[in-house]
Design a protein. Structure first.
Length: 458
């Protein structure tokens, strides 16, 4: 399975990450001894341990000896989120271990199967999870926990396909070998890596040059593909209530005749050859219409029939931390979402305004990374300013050191400590004279508060 290597063990540096844990599970269930390190315990690392994968939280050289690792037959898989100064990482380098980025190892998997890769600044987790659901049984490496299957990894030895969320961070998706690919958006992000919006978009253009069969891209995005000869190209989009949201020409795949009935969303799905009418969206969030069209386009191109698309779309339950409604009472609704880019937050707010047009909206945002906060401060201020009230948590640093002058305060809104947030929200609900929606967003550790917030607001 591993190209030109006699690997007997895998060690994952940063095993608690959503992508790393899926890859660790993949090799563990294929019979390899797997172990890993992460900085702090989490529900995900607890699940790995319960499945039989040892996880250590001690960053020290002795970890390697304790686990019985040897350079000759161990492949170390590292996430870029683990800093260079990590003691375990330093020791592994000094002892001559073969250390690969997660994307490199995932790339090896994509060369064994027909890889259906979903890339884009926004929407790739939901779109890839939907695609896996349409195709299941299938192999899939997902960037979130599927609510249908309770996991971020699907495996099927008979399927010729593997669905992969193609992450653009650190140019990771350049290691993949896509059979087909989706590009959902190219709004600039990760400027700490790319430097300029132009370099960011150019990275997606290079990604398209790796495709061997078909590209499906959102109609109208600022991307000039670099396709090999013979690679087919399709576009997708949404036409809202007769208005062509795709601006000029119709896309090859699109949704129209969108209706909202008793809290449910229905639409017609058009392909180049047929129309599948009256499709019901399993998770009735407006942005999921677009995600569904993208996923159904690839599924349809790979032979999934109309009735299976209809049934699977209606039964789709979503992804953890992707617009999950945890509380929904006449007094308060509570929604949690992974959004951490201005455009993603804007999409979440727009969906809430459509679902709850008469409610006061309080948003809680935990900025993720000092560089992203600095680079998109204007965008964050603009989007957060559309809330009725904004509460901010301190910046979640992840892999970064503080940058002087870059704080949550620069985004406007009231800044509270994470330990005080639940009481702050409880007070808002008790004092409010009108129904509320509370939205928590961010890619840091704000998700650790979701169970407590849910229980309090219920």
């Amino acid at each position: 399975m591993i190209e030109s290597r006699d690997i007997r063990n895998f060690f994952f540096l940063g095993i608690g990450g959503i992508g790393m844990s899926a890859l660790a599970r993949y090799f563990y269930h294929r019979g390899y001894p797997v172990s890993g390190y992460d900085r702090t315990p989490s529900p995900l690392t607890k699940e790995l341990e319960e499945e039989g994968i040892p996880v250590t939280y001690q960053d020290r050289a002795e970890t390697i000896d304790t686990l019985g690792l040897r350079p000759l037959d161990t492949l170390v898989v590292r996430t870029p989120a683990v800093p260079e100064e990590n003691i375990t990482y330093t020791c592994l380098r000094e002892r001559g271990y073969d250390i690969r980025k997660r994307a490199e190892v995932l790339g090896m998997v994509t060369r064994q199967l027909k890889a259906l890769c979903v890339a884009g600044t926004h929407g790739k987790t939901t779109t890839s999870t939907m695609l896996a659901h349409f195709l299941n049984p299938v192999n899939a490496f997902l960037g979130g926990i599927s609510m249908n299957y309770g996991t971020n990894l699907l495996m099927d030895s008979k399927s010729p396909f593997v669905v992969v969320e193609a992450d653009e961070y650190d140019r990771s998706f350049h290691h993949l070998t896509p059979y087909m690919a989706v590009v959902t958006a190219v709004d600039p992000d990760h400027l700490d890596i790319y430097g300029t919006p132009e370099a960011y978009r150019d990275s997606f253009a290079h990604f398209t040059s790796l495709i061997s069969n078909t590209l499906v891209m959102k109609h109208g995005i600022a991307l000039q593909p670099r396709l090999k000869d013979g690679v087919k190209q399709y576009t997708y989009g949404v036409m809202e209530n007769g208005i062509n949201a795709c601006r000029d020409a119709r896309p090859d795949f699109f949704a129209d005749n969108i209706r909202v009935t008793e809290g449910q969303i229905f639409f017609d799905f058009h392909t180049p050859k047929e129309t599948i009418a009256n499709m019901q969206l399993g998770v009735p969030v407006w942005v999921n219409i677009e995600n569904a069209v993208a996923a159904m386009s690839v599924a349809w191109l790979n032979g999934v029939p109309a009735e299976q698309l209809r049934e699977r779309l209606a039964s789709f339950k979503g992804v953890q931390r992707r617009f999950n409604i945890h509380v929904n009472t006449p007094k308060v609704a509570y929604i949690d979402d992974y959004a951490h880019h201005p455009e993603e937050i804007a999409t979440a707010i727009d969906s809430i305004r459509k679902l709850y047009p008469d409610r006061r909206l309080i948003g809680v945002f935990q900025p993720h990374l000092y560089t992203r906060t600095r680079d998109f401060a204007d965008g964050f201020r603009r989007v957060l300013g559309t809330l009725d009230e904004c509460i901010l948590l301190p910046i979640y640093p992840a892999r970064e050191l503080p940058i002087p002058g870059v704080t949550s305060e620069m985004l406007g809104g009231k800044v509270v400590e994470k330990s005080d947030l639940v009481e702050e929200l409880k007070k808002r609900v008790e004092e409010s004279t009108q129904p509320l929606v509370i939205l928590t967003v961010g890619a840091g550790d704000i998700d650790r508060l979701v169970p407590t917030i849910t229980e309090t607001l219920k």
